[in-house]
Design a protein around this ligand. Structure first.
Ligand code: B12
Ligand code: SF4
Length: 495
């Protein structure tokens, strides 16, 4: 059968497509795990953000798929609904399958759409079994993890247990299935790989626990190295490790760094997301190894520098440092210090706008980011489906915006007890633009060609909404902010 897999074009403020166009990791993994006689095409629509309708139409005409699958995050739901209409209009009998975080956590939202099947949580085996059933015209009632339309109603089969990732349960991704080009991270071709899945923490804002429960499973190093080689052979020079929490097992992470070095794969650049406590408590041995293995940017889940907010986010444990077996406070500064001493850069993941936040507490976090992080990745708490935090915000009546396409993390959709949502967003937006400018010299040293040719576009993106009048101080920042928000609203109309 011919199968087309699509990821959505929607991006958000910290991922300006001029500089960052990241592949979706799920789709090649699905493509690599279907029966080999199927012909699968993967199209990441982030690569054609302004030609979505034309591109989908063209690929459908060329490939003539019998099955079309869409990978969807919550803020992409509206775009997904529009793409489903386009696909249906072109091929009325095609089977449409949705998967990913939003369908898994809010399946009821898709019952209203013209969708045939919904895959919940991990998809490789469920999708493989679904394609077999569609091809053979057999029933789907025994396929775990699948929901399907049955006349006017929907049937939700039992959940599928998390994959253990042992042996060859999940085969390598099929990167040859990609039909669009142009992945980039600051001018270098980027790809994503996984070394593990899952996390055993339970931060209240994170979707992962509802998605798959609290567990942690790992791929063998042989498989991970083969995956990195495959990404490199497909042109990648930068690798993003998308594990939910690779630092859960620090000894394994250290051994992985050693394996990367031993395999000669340390010439690539690596990006990874890490817990502050793991880096702070093991940085002495871990950080130098990471550097030698080629790690360059580390996304640190700092979340907040104030204890009260960390408690609300249920993120205190992962931000605690230990000395001589005792908890000795916030781990963030120590973690940043280890990374900086080993010439790595910190992408500072902070969350401002929790219920108790005041102007001062937000300013304290912004000031921290200004002083210590290299690239800010500051977000607002966003009530994604089924997270514990969503319930807290709803119970407190603090959710101010139900337009899901604005749930992109940098649009404040909740207010605090003390500040309106717009004020929280304004403070973050204003501070963050200048923090990004400070990183330009570092980017210039590493990627001079890219910064020289594309730097002005990045600046234009960061400062969109500004004008000559605002630069001369003849217009207030609030006015620029309003213009920026209007631009964002237009940008979100992908088709
Ligand atoms: C890596 C990552 C990123 C990367 C890369 C994203 C990309 N291009 O794929 C970056 C840093 C760019 C990113 C950015 C964002 N991300 Co992100 N990201 C992740 C992370 C850590 C891992 C995703 C991944 O690749 N996993 C590996 C693959 C193999 O697994 P998977 O995607 O789950 O896919 C499996 C199943 O879901 C299913 N499946 C998925 N799609 C489909 C489609 C079909 C047809 C089928 C059958 C099955 C299926 O099968 C797959 C294989 O088992 C997750 C999860 C986490 N723990 O935090 C968050 C996560 C997906 N991101 C999230 C969000 C909100 C964002 C942002 C909006 C804001 C932010 N928090 O940074 C931005 C927006 C990105 C953009 N387009 O501009 C949320 C989504 C919440 C939600 N309910 O929608 C998550 C869950 C984190 C969270 N806060 O809880 N992200
Ligand atoms: S440590 Fe990271 S992956 Fe784990 S629950 Fe918290 S935010 Fe999610």
């Amino acid at each position: 059968m011919n199968v087309l897999l699509l990821s959505m074009p929607d991006s958000f403020e910290h991922m300006p497509p001029v500089a960052i166009r990241m592949p979706n990791g799920a789709l090649p993994s699905l493509a690599g795990n279907v029966d080999p006689h199927h012909c699968v095409a993967v199209a990441d629509l982030i690569l054609v953000q302004r030609q979505v309708r034309e591109t989908v139409t063209r690929i459908i005409r060329e490939l003539d798929p019998e099955v079309v699958g869409l990978s969807i995050m919550t803020f992409q739901r509206r775009t997904a609904a529009r793409i489903i209409e386009v696909v249906r209009a072109l091929r009325p009998t095609v089977k449409i399958v949705v998967g990913g975080y939003d369908p898994s956590l809010a399946p009821e939202a898709y019952e209203e759409m013209d969708v045939d099947y919904l895959v919940r949580s991990e998809g490789e085996v469920t999708f493989r079994e679904l394609l077999r059933a569609v091809e053979q015209g057999s029933g789907v009632d025994r396929i775990h993890g699948l929901s399907y339309r049955n006349g006017e109603s929907w049937v939700h089969n039992p959940d599928r247990s998390p994959h253990r990732l042992e042996a060859s349960e999940i085969r390598l991704p099929n990167r040859d299935a990609r039909v669009l080009k142009g992945y980039t991270l600051l001018g270098r071709q980027v790809d994503v790989i996984e070394t593990s899945r899952g996390c055993t923490y339970d931060c209240s804002f994170c979707s992962i626990i509802e998605m798959r429960g609290r567990n942690f499973h790992t791929y063998s190093f042989d498989r991970v190295l083969a995956d990195i080689c495959d990404a490199r052979d497909h042109g990648a020079r930068t690798i993003f490790l998308v594990d939910d929490n690779i630092t859960l097992n620090v000894r394994r992470f250290e051994a992985l760094c050693e394996a990367i070095i031993a395999a000669g794969l340390h010439k690539l650049d690596y990006f990874v997301q890490a817990m502050t406590s793991a880096i702070a408590n093991h940085g002495e041995s871990l950080a130098p190894l990471m550097r030698r293995a080629g790690f360059r940017y580390v996304f640190l889940g700092i979340e907040n520098v104030l204890e009260g907010d960390l408690e609300f986010l249920r993120a205190s444990a992962k931000n605690t440092t230990r000395t001589n077996g005792q908890n000795t406070g916030n781990a963030t500064l120590k973690a940043i210090d280890y990374l900086h001493r080993n010439q790595m850069y910190v992408v500072g993941g902070l969350i401002v706008g929790s219920p108790g936040d005041t102007r001062e507490s937000i300013e304290a976090n912004l000031e921290f980011a200004r002083r210590y992080v290299d690239w800010p990745y500051i977000q607002h708490p966003t009530p994604y489906p089924r997270t514990p935090m969503t319930k807290d915000f709803r119970d407190q009546g603090l959710i101010m915006n139900e337009k899901l396409e604005e749930y992109d993390g940098t649009t404040a959709v909740v207010r605090t007890e003390h500040l309106p949502a717009e004020q929280v967003e304004f403070m973050r937006w204003k501070a963050e633009r200048w923090m990004k400018v400070h990183h330009i010299p570092i980017a210039l040293r590493h990627d001079p060609r890219f910064v020289l040719f594309q730097g002005w576009k990045m600046l234009a993106h960061t400062f969109r909404g500004s004008s000559i009048r605002s630069a001369l101080g003849m217009e207030s920042e609030k006015k620029v902010f309003e213009r920026y928000r209007a631009i964002r609203r237009t940008e979100r109309e992908y088709l």
